[in-house]
Design a protein around this ligand. Structure first.
Ligand code: PXP
Length: 259
């Protein structure tokens, strides 16, 4: 039996919360860069870090060190502000993922309103692309947001998986099924428009497989769960297990497609 060849599925490990723990004491430990090296050793393909306006976790100095010392791509998450564009164009990460940012939120709560902010986002996307940075927009899995992302010139959309993961955490099987279907359709729609498809937010060992089975999805960005899980099993073990679950799901669907 021939196996269908699916594009490889990359794992981007978000190390923000290593910095959250470091900042709780204000010192240098635990060092996000050390976590980044360990994650790569364990199978991560890239590192993601969110430089927030309030610098609550990752700092400017972290971004400089990550960019100069990492051997794998850096994906810089940031708000679409002139301050962040200046930082990004100075460091030139492999990619920037533009996210909505609300000072009071605990984490990125929803996707970008790309359709409503076209005139603001288009020049930001253009400036980043002109600097040689790939641009990703973090969006809800909705056709209007996908079409608007293509229209403003994004290279990539990152589909927000938060709602799906909330249904999963609440053991709501109907909600999970409808969100998985919505994400799968969004992945197909985005790929059909020539956008690279990433996904992330809230993913865990229990929720990663349906995303990993979607052939259009080529990157998952995962942070909070891995850093939390590392408390119990070590970051190395946590990343290795995530890698294995992603690969297993990918190979199963490849076998099925070609059967
Ligand atoms: N992708 C984006 C755009 C995000 O903002 C975040 C959270 O920083 C993640 C992925 C990772 O989410 P989590 O930390 O819940 O895995």
């Amino acid at each position: 039996m021939m196996r269908a060849v699916l594009p490889p599925l990359r794992l981007g490990v978000n190390i923000d919360h290593v910095a959250t723990i470091r900042n709780a004491r204000g010192g240098r430990h635990p060092d996000p860069l050390r976590a980044a090296h360990l994650a790569i050793e364990a199978g991560a393909d890239g590192i993601t870090a969110h430089l927030r306006e309030d610098r609550r976790h990752i700092s400017d100095a972290d971004i400089a060190r990550l960019k100069s010392e990492l051997t794998r791509p850096l994906n810089l998450e940031m708000a679409a502000t002139s301050e962040m564009v200046a930082i990004a164009t100075r460091h030139v990460p492999n990619a920037c993922c533009l996210v909505p940012e609300n000072r009071q939120e605990r984490t990125t709560e929803g996707g970008l309103d790309v359709a409503g902010q076209r005139s603001h986002l288009a020049p930001v996307v253009a400036d980043l692309k002109d600097a040689g940075i790939r641009v990703s927009l973090f969006i809800e899995p909705e056709l209007s947001a996908i079409e608007a992302s293509a229209a403003v010139g994004a290279d990539i959309v990152e589909l927000h998986t938060g709602r799906y993961c909330e249904f999963a955490a609440a053991d709501d099987a109907k909600g999970v099924a409808s969100e998985v279907a919505r994400l799968a359709k969004a992945a197909r729609d985005a790929a059909a428009l020539g956008l690279e498809v990433h996904a992330g937010h809230g993913l865990t060992f229990n929720t990663v497989a349906p995303l990993a089975r979607m052939p259009e999805v080529v990157e998952l960005n995962i942070g909070h769960f891995l850093i939390g899980e590392a408390i119990f099993g070590g970051l190395h073990g946590a990343v290795r297990r995530m890698r294995a679950l992603m690969d297993e799901a990918r190979h199963k669907v490849a076998g099925r497609v070609s059967a």
